[in-house]
Write a protein that binds this ligand. Structure first.
Ligand code: COA
Length: 333
């Protein structure tokens, strides 16, 4: 397409994928000094999906989610001209997951790249995709969020390991003549000064003095739970309030707040503070845990297929995570 084409963006279809394997709180009780009661009370999580790494990885999950989205959209992979994949668990740093998945679905020749914004990754990626389509630089875009978190978890770390699971979600976007459709407001931010609250060091020398007591294995996710909790509760509320204020919308005008699933207490705190109805805030953390960049698109696909995202009311995507990063995206379909 030519640049400067003022257009809107239509969601043609969504898809998701989660492994069959489940790791329940009862399984953790056998592995670690923890209890189902502690985990449910502090996080709301009852089980998470876990890849069998001999049979699959983030790439296979991303492929399955994207193929489901392509089928739902009723298009051919060859019609896609850009693939953006949000992930922090790409099988290799090079090539990107996006390039390999594009080839798997027949989108050979499409531009493809990964976005690394941790749990905010999918919202960053869909914001970027919407902007590229509106600018006329691409017509049909696949946006994927995927993380194989269990491949970077130290299962001796009881605070971190109980939180995470594996999942992927995907969306197919296409340019539409109606400029009212698509992302009507977006915000993205980062504060790298808080990076050491959530990070994956490769070498000993990457570990800052403030985290030297942490015994988590190299190459695995390290987290300061309290720091992240404080940041998330504040930022979650701020991001939602900003999105509502900037669009002149009231909470009741929104069909669904599709929120990153990190901890039920974080979601509930923001929901209560802003006065959102529980039916407007989808929760699946009990069954999937936190799947990082997979979390928001997995929720979106489940809501989309359940008919909960409707043309009558906008919906809002909200996420925060490592970086530290945060992002929102308000959509009209
Ligand atoms: N089972 C039992 N006890 C545990 C435990 C577990 N799985 N994990 C930690 N504990 C213990 C701690 O060792 C501590 O014991 P102590 O008081 O004897 O030292 C106690 O529980 C309280 O620990 P604390 O870290 O204060 O718990 P918390 O209420 O902050 O909950 C988290 C811990 C991780 C659940 C919480 O901090 C959190 O959710 N943070 C945000 C994490 C997140 O969202 N990360 C991803 C962002 S995208």
């Amino acid at each position: 397409m030519n640049a400067q084409t003022l257009c809107g963006v239509r969601i043609l279809g969504t898809g998701s994928a989660a492994p069959e394997g489940r790791l329940t709180n009862a399984d953790f009780e056998k592995m670690l000094d923890t209890s189902d009661e502690w985990i449910v009370q502090r996080t709301g999580i009852r089980e998470r999906r876990v890849l069998d790494l001999d049979k699959g990885n983030g790439l296979t999950l991303a492929h399955e989610a994207l193929q489901n989205a392509i089928d739902a959209a009723g298009i051919q992979g060859s019609e896609i001209d850009l693939v953006i994949c949000a992930t922090v668990t790409s099988v290799m740093t090079c090539p990107s997951t996006a390039a390999r998945v594009a080839a798997e679905v027949g989108a050979t020749g499409a531009a493809a790249f990964d976005v690394g914004a941790a749990c905010s990754g999918f919202v960053y990626a869909i914001n970027l995709a919407d902007s590229i389509v509106r600018a006329g630089r691409a017509k049909t875009v696949a946006v994927i969020g995927v993380d194989a978190m269990t491949s970077i978890i130290d299962y001796a770390d009881r605070t971190c390991s109980i939180l995470f699971g594996d999942a992927a979600g995907a969306v197919i976007l296409r340019a539409d003549p109606n400029p009212e459709l698509g992302c009507i407001y977006q915000h993205m931010g980062a504060d790298g000064s808080g990076w050491h609250a959530l990070y994956i060091p490769r070498y000993e020398k990457d570990i800052p003095a403030c985290d030297s007591e942490n015994k988590t294995r190299l190459g695995c996710l390290r987290m300061n739970g309290k720091e992240v909790f404080k940041f998330a509760v504040t930022k979650f509320r701020e991001v939602i309030e900003d999105a509502l204020a900037k669009t002149n919308l009231q909470p009741a005008d929104i069909s669904q707040f599709v929120c990153h699933q990190s901890n039920i207490r974080i979601i509930d705190a923001a929901r209560e503070r802003i006065g959102l109805d529980p039916s407007q805030v989808y929760v699946n953390i009990d069954k999937y845990g936190n799947s990082s960049a997979g979390s928001v698109p997995l929720c979106l696909d489940q809501l989309w297929r359940a008919g909960k995202i409707t043309p009558g009311k906008p919906f809002v995507l909200v996420a925060f995570g490592g970086g530290l990063t945060w992002a929102s995206s308000v959509w009209r379909i």
